[in-house]
Design a protein around this ligand. Structure first.
Ligand code: S3P
Length: 438
């Protein structure tokens, strides 16, 4: 990650124009992983050319998958090696900053019998909890070791014959659920995952499209059941734009006076659209247009205009997983609403790329925000007047981009240190900012 970079942002102006945000990060990872273990060719269009999915591509190449050099905005084709075709890598698999890469690969590799793997990441990733994946995989017969009694990378995996079982996950995490489902592809019999609330379901949708025997029982998204034995067949995948990347512009255009933007081709999977619920409570002025379904995922365009008298909001409970990555930008939004907003049940934010509750509080206070941190969330006093500040992404991509929007809302010129953390998920962010802001 190149990150000594400083960006300077002038407050004021307005946002106007049309953009297409880059491809969905979660779906990009899954297209590579599932395409790699399918039979035949998978063609991927709309792939997110950013550090995290490129880490997944690099690891899969080391596992013997023929993935060509991936060029920005160019579709590419990978030749799947089948479920049993991955090879033992000669090198350590480096997952960079990407939790999705590490956790999904743990699930994929746990059942690769008679092969050994070592996974590592950067200093942020190597401090994040991996036991939440290692433990359920061990229940299935996996042999997974790591620092701090298996909880932290570097992680070592000795591929074993797995057995399907019923697993209840203590956290609603799509990464944990996906790891178990990928392990279930090679486990004997049936593997079933029950999560406490529905997390994003891109893995389920994509596995089904490739021909896996997967179904959802009970309430939507709660109990996912996969049977091993089905052949996965290569597909053509068109990846929609990432709503998590679009969210920066959705919030900026709602608050910055005199703004009107159109964001084209945004993924609108209902397990990801929690931000729209919050924008409804805030009283934002937006419209969803051109709805359609592409490759099993709902998409549409989002038109946003400035709204006056935005109202405070509360985020809690089952809504959290549906906007988990949008908490940093929603914290910025809360500073400009009328009244006190509250974010509850958000302990998961403490184990993201940084402790996002702590980091957002620390950084936004520099602009003059009134925020207090609680163990599981934040309380934010609205109607702030932001003054320019020198702030720091603390290496977190979503913090960097949220601070850029906060800078637009500040009086004067602000500086963001380590701004290029944004390359993890949205390298074109600064170009899009220049395009939209007048
Ligand atoms: C992701 C799931 C979420 C999210 C992350 C991407 C995925 O993490 O925060 O950015 O692609 O599955 P958790 O599943 O750990 O909540």
């Amino acid at each position: 990650m190149k990150m000594n970079n400083i960006r300077t942002i002038k407050g004021g102006g307005n946002l106007r124009g049309k953009i297409k945000v880059s491809g969905d990060k979660s779906i990009s990872h899954r297209a590579l992983i599932i395409g790699s273990i399918a039979q035949g060719e998978t063609t991927i269009e709309g792939f997110l050319h950013s550090e995290d999915p490129l880490s997944t591509a690099d690891c899969l190449r080391k596992l013997g998958v023929n993935i060509p050099e991936i060029k920005k905005d160019e579709p590419f084709t990978i030749s799947g090696v089948g479920l049993n075709g991955l090879k033992e890598p000669e090198e350590i698999l480096n997952c960079g900053n990407s939790g999705t890469t590490m956790r999904l690969l743990m699930g994929l590799l746990a059942g690769q019998e008679h092969k050994n793997f070592i996974l590592t990441g950067d200093s942020s990733l190597n401090e994040r909890p991996m036991g939440r994946v290692g433990k359920p995989l061990s229940l299935m017969g996996g042999k997974i070791l790591g620092r701090e009694r298996g909880n932290k990378a570097p992680i070592s995996i000795e591929g074993k014959k797995l057995k399907g079982c019923l697993i209840g996950t203590p956290v609603a995490s799509a990464q944990v659920k996906s790891a178990i489902l990928l392990a279930g592809l090679k486990a004997s019999g049936t593997t079933s995952v029950i999560e406490p609330a529905s997390s994003r379901d891109h893995t389920e949708r994509m596995l089904k499209a490739f021909g896996a025997d997967i179904s959802v029982r009970g309430e939507f998204g709660r109990n996912v059941v996969i049977k091993s034995g089905a052949n996965l067949i290569g597909q053509k995948i068109l990846i929609p734009g990432d709503i998590s990347s679009a969210s920066f512009w959705m919030i900026a255009a709602s608050i910055v006076p005199n703004s009107e933007i159109l964001i084209k081709n945004v993924g609108l999977n209902p397990t990801r659209t929690g931000i729209l619920n919050v924008m409804d409570s805030m009283g934002c002025n937006y419209e969803v247009l051109d709805k359609s379904i592409v490759a099993g995922e709902p998409i549409g365009s989002i038109k946003v205009k400035t709204a006056n008298n935005l109202q405070s909001f509360t985020i809690e409970g089952d809504l959290l997983p549906k906007l988990i990555d949008e908490i940093p930008i929603l914290t910025v939004a809360a500073c400009f609403c009328d009244g006190v907003s509250e974010i509850k049940d958000a302990q998961e934010l403490r184990v993201k790329e940084t402790d996002r509750l702590k980091v957002m509080t620390r950084q936004l206070r520099k602009f003059g925000a009134e925020i207090s941190e609680k163990e599981d969330g934040l309380i934010i006093n609205g109607q702030s007047q932001f003054n320019s500040a020198e702030v720091d992404s603390e290496t977190d991509h979503r913090v960097s981009m949220s601070l850029a929007i906060a800078s637009l809302l500040a009086k004067g010129t602000s500086k963001i240190i380590r701004a290029d953390a944004s390359n993890v998920s949205y390298p074109a962010f600064w170009d899009d900012l220049a395009k939209l802001v007048n």
